[in-house]
Design a protein around this ligand. Sequence first.
Ligand code: FES
Length: 250
Amino acid sequence: MATESDSSRELTFEIFRFNPLDPGSEPRMQTYTLREEPYMTLFRALNRIREEQDPGLQFDFACRSAVCGSCGMMINGRPTLACKTLTSDLASTIRLHPLPAFKLIGDLSVDTGTWFREMGSRVEAWVHERQAFDPEAIEEPMDDDLAVAIYESDRCIECGCCVASCGVANTRGDFLAPAGMNRVARFMMDPRDGRSTGDWFEVVASDEGVFGCIGLMACQDVCPKELPLLEVYGYLRRRALGAAFVRKQR
Ligand code: FES
């Protein structure tokens, strides 16, 4: 009688290998094979490869549930979360590369943390309060639609998939990229933040900001949280043009 494992596919993984800390390491692709399991994710597959075939293979995971953002990688050329990807949705040959645009730690592991920390410092990604905090004050209500819009931007898990998909971010390290623009929009919308559109003007209305985007539109396609990144760009362009108009009137 045929068993489940008889009918399962033999998967071939072609995985990028390189250790930048090892002077003897050369970038190369390494091939592994694995019998597919029911409902197998790439998280499961990579862990099995590491446990059973190659303990030196580097990749990142933490939450296994599309929340921490650490498992972004190029899966058959597309930036995607590995923990959210079922092998059954892919062809039997699976090619894995690290996300471009970030510093390589080794194999499939990249340093997204430094990129996001530097971006957060550049745009001062914290609420610049209009007035000093008063613990005795009554909580100020926020309009529901605005609260939802801010929450929507805050759903970014900083996986770096949108940055990796962006042609401009891949060629220019100074570009704030979709994740940076989304962060700017989040604080621009926040009524508790005292920065005016004019204060944001230098950050947003430049080649490093919204006007650096050349409209390839891959960022929204690949975002695993389905954030409306193109709407974010539209919102920032409108705010930047509004600020430019006000400047011209002066
Ligand atoms: S392991 Fe956390 S997002 Fe994939």
